[in-house]
Design a protein around this ligand. Sequence first.
Ligand SMILES: *Cc1c(COP(=O)(O)O)cnc(C)c1O
Length: 402
Amino acid sequence: MENKKFDPASQIQRLEIFGEFGGVNPSITDSSTFTFMTAQTMIDTFHGETEGCFLYSRHWNPTNKNLSDAMAAMEGTEGAWVTGSGMGAITTVLLQLCNAGDHIVTSVTTYGGTYAFLKNYLPKFNIEVTFLDISDLESVEAAIRPNTKLIYTESVTNPLLQVSDIPKLSEIAKKHNTKLVVDNTFTPMILSPFLLGADIVVYSMTKFINGNNDAIAGAICASNDFVSAISDVNDGTAMLLGPVLDPMRSSSILKNLHTLHIRMKQHSKNAMYLAERFKEIGLKFNYPGMPEHSDYQLFNSIRNEEFGYGGMIAMDLETAERAAALMELMQIKGVGYHAVSLGYFKTLFSNPGKSTSSEVPENVQLDMGMSPGLVRFSVGLDHDIESTYKLIHSCLTELNLI
Ligand SMILES: *Cc1c(COP(=O)(O)O)cnc(C)c1O
């Protein structure tokens, strides 16, 4: 029997959230505080007892609720909470799950900011972290201790594009009564980590989800219990540290979310085109959509097929000097922008060792297999990717790199 596949795009599209005057877009509630008709309702709300009542926008705001509902629909989770940045989402989850003296098992390849938080910031609270190769499931299990509160990974890791075996990691987490937290920033819609067994899914919405590079934002997708816990007025990490997203931004991100499925398909299509050409000319690169990639089979077994293999490619030019020369020339020739971040309509490229992963010490970068000459591409929505490829090819030729 064939299972009806999960369809994250229709999940969002089926939501009917419109404005109180019938506007096809919901109204923006740009109020920090909300009025109450009776003193008792306010007391009840502070005790977390009044369903549907808004109190103060650091806690909940109707516009944020609309975007949260859409994110939860996309992930298949009960709830979600939106934050002012991806780091705001990640740090809220980690600080909510861990107390002083607890322990975290994490992939060594993560976003640089996440790595820095785990490595340099959590020791303040005496929270210990074990960094390991997340594809080595035996060492993941062996690293778990009685005080391990969570296993942390990125579904497709930054910048090496390794795919995490979420179903197996989930089995390990469940067996040891710990939580699996997955950052799905690189692969929204392509992977549905919650349905694969993750307990909590975090996003930097700054990237593909918003897709315009005009805002910083994040999201936490989880059970209603967890969302209530982080927003609890007495001890919720989100409520007390205050990383809430501004409702004006929530509103614009929700509108952009409605085109995410089309954008993801185009990013993936263009990245696949480039990967095939790179292969023809014998370049060294990583793209999890190529049969040669070590995680190709795994990726195929867990992804929502119609969205492709994603828009990220990492080319390895071996030295930082060669990477720099190529990036500078590509920018001059109009391939795209030499910029960090991803998920833009233009192709963006950067050298992770010198930028987004520079928080990771060089010896650790080498240990994890990260070459100093890596050029990470976030392939754009180019209508004419053939011409973009020709430009890249001419840059490579001019610099004698092929
Ligand atoms: C950018 C990024 C983050 C951090 O998100 P911000 O919105 O910049 O705070 C976290 N994880 C991954 C994988 C990212 O690419």
